[in-house]
Design a protein around this ligand. Sequence first.
Ligand code: KIV
Length: 605
Amino acid sequence: MASITATNHTFSRNPNISFNHKNPLIHSQALNFKPSFPKHALIRCSIRNRPEYTPNHIPDPNYIRIFDTTLRDGEQSPGATMTTKEKLDVARQLAKLGVDIIEAGFPASSEADLEAVKLIAKEVGNGVYEEGHVPVICGLARCNKRDIDKAWEAVKYAKKPRIHTFIATSEIHMKFKLKMSRDEVVEKARSMVAYARSIGCEDVEFSPEDAGRSDPEFLYHILGEVIKAGATTLNIPDTVGYTVPSEFGQLIADIKANTAGIEDVIISTHCQNDLGLSTANTLAGACAGARQVEVTINGIGERAGNASLEEVVMALKCRGEQVLGGLYTGINTKHIHISSKMVEEYTGLHVQPHKAIVGANAFAHESGIHQDGMLKHKDTYEIISPEDIGLHRASESGIVLGKLSGRHALQSKMLELGYDIEGKELDDLFWRFKSVAEKKKKITDDDLIALMSDEVFQPQFVWQLQNVQVTCGSLGLSTATVKLIDADGQEHISCSVGTGPVDAAYKAVDLIVKVPVSLLEYSMNAVTEGIDAIASTRVLIRGENGHTSTHALTGETFHRTFSGTGADMDIVISSVRAYIGALNKMMSFRKLLAKHNKPEGSAVV
Ligand code: KIV
């Protein structure tokens, strides 16, 4: 069996994988590798320089571009709606993280999306981040002129704009969804890629949707045609998460070996997680020659989600040198924790406690044996350290906060926890912290993170809670009095009865806000142990005159839902804060629609 040496590790080659002799490192050994392990399995890679950006070429064959689609594929998952300001915050955070390409949205889906992508292109697409990094800003478009025009209208303001256009290529999609023949699909793809180039976009990505279930021969043909038409990146989506790693890696290797002109473009992966294989498939694709991977923060996305940025990046960082052919990314992993937290808060999609890398338990060691090992040497049970993702262990922090602590101590503590805040955000957090510290003796890191989420990760306020007073118990109906402040500083007071204190308070809020909504979900958790724990609430609402958008893949109109979170030691206050947060988010959309004179409830497409 042939073998090649990468860095100082020997790999054996899978004879079934087609091999590009021009660039041995691009051929992947990962599907059948036999790594020689160094004495200490733990490896810390240093961040190397990011190669200069040319759409269809990467000077370093080991560099993997990170294409983040949290704001497009991620945001279209149910309940994940973000406001324009939230999207801008996330885009800034992605740029800080070092993401190479930010897919900022699907501009043809709604006026709100178009505006958000435009804003991101102007602001983030012209910003200069760590080490001079300027991210590419990308907009999604179906293969039609209107979508492509909208995408270009939004992304053209960025220094490095990209249009990503797609059409389905599997038999099932072509027959039942598109009702088009193979030839028609090829012609559509070819002409629309050419059209995107003709309007001035020099960076055009093409995706054959459902490639994982498409006939490989047909893929080689259509991909060859779009390369001739000017595509610079070819993305291979496993749209329904159907493939397994060996199969997906082989598909990438086969495309690399059989597509005319492939050496002039970048191959990309886009793996959905329906079988829980998205990270494994993405790595198999990268090992087989893909040099762009499409991922989302926390793995959010359609159905079971996408490959998660943090898993793919940390797998490359942790094992890249040893067993993944020396592949590396330009991500500054120290920003992973805060990015995950921001996306969790803004989308309202909670990260499961045992989620790899960013779950609350990812670095928790509960059993006696593990704790003993950890105390003796951290590497006994940790293959990456929490500090690598910007998470600092509570026990290592010298700062203990109490009611006499000042702003500076709070700021330093938050920085230790990965939150770099200042100015008004720090002031707001400080006053919330003070009011909790008056009542609660021990303020834990989790308490601070909950307050941070409630205070800082909130949508622009339209309504703000000033006071709420409830009476409840078994003797009669609960009653609530609520005082809200509107955006002009005016006070509004109302009272209501309800089946319980939260129901009464929500009804009182409704009497002021006067926007009919349905409460779809309500959940509450105690952040820490004990009777004085902070309660964290999450709600999901939908406006009765629902805000709609067009779904990128199905083309169907869907109703947007809006999430809100709140945190307080008082469960009713926590609940009302969450409800108002969700209402504020919905109202931001309403304002945006009004700005564009679209009637509420209309599909803005
Ligand atoms: O899942 C998919 O196929 C997509 C494409 C648009 C890349 O999201």
